[in-house]
Write a protein that binds this ligand. Structure first.
Ligand code: HEC
Length: 150
């Protein structure tokens, strides 16, 4: 009994500590959303609004409708809808001739598409972006190494 009570006391204290030092947890508490939903929402905002210090474009400029729509540029290049894309990584990239992860792809598109500064692998922006992109693949079959629409 004594053990249980002190366990509860300690775990209670620990959660109070965690909530007070972790900004995401306290933000989630304030809005009532769980931390994962919060990250997905933040990722969507980054996707549609963040320029990463580049020329002013956002991800949505090429991946329309927050990534759910595809588009063809005037010079005929296809920017695919990226629903299901997260389920294709890691995969081999022909241009760089190595295996790339979804994080690598985000960094490639920020550097190449937005001409911006790619978010660090271990950054809040990267985590939110990955959460959002993965949410676009929720329920899709994993097809590691596959191609969109094939
Ligand atoms: C200037 C246009 C452009 C912008 C802006 C852009 N992308 Fe892309 N993106 C592409 C093209 C073209 C491809 C497919 C070829 C490739 O991999 O480079 C692609 C591919 C992707 C893929 C993989 C889809 C697949 O082929 O399986 C993801 C995920 C992705 N982009 C995410 C993003 C994110 C996140 C951003 C914003 C940070 C972004 N893109 C901004 C053009 C763009």
């Amino acid at each position: 009994m004594g053990y249980n009570v002190s366990y509860i006391r300690w775990s209670g204290l620990l959660s109070v500590l965690l909530i007070s030092i972790c900004p995401l947890a306290s933000a989630a508490r304030a809005t009532g959303a769980d931390p994962l939903t919060q990250a997905v929402d933040e990722g969507k905002i980054l996707f549609t609004h963040q320029t990463f210090g580049g020329t002013g474009a956002t991800c949505e400029q090429c991946h329309h409708d927050a990534g759910r729509g595809s588009t063809v540029t005037p010079d005929g290049r296809i920017h695919p809808a990226i629903v299901g894309a997260a389920a294709l990584f890691p995969r081999f990239n022909l241009k760089v001739r190595k295996i790339i992860t979804l994080e690598d792809q985000v960094r490639r598109c920020v550097a190449g598409g937005l001409r911006g500064t790619p978010p660090a692998y271990d950054s809040a922006a990267m985590r939110s972006m990955i959460a959002y992109l993965t949410s676009l693949s929720q329920g899709k079959r994993m097809r590691m190494g596959g191609k969109l629409g094939k």
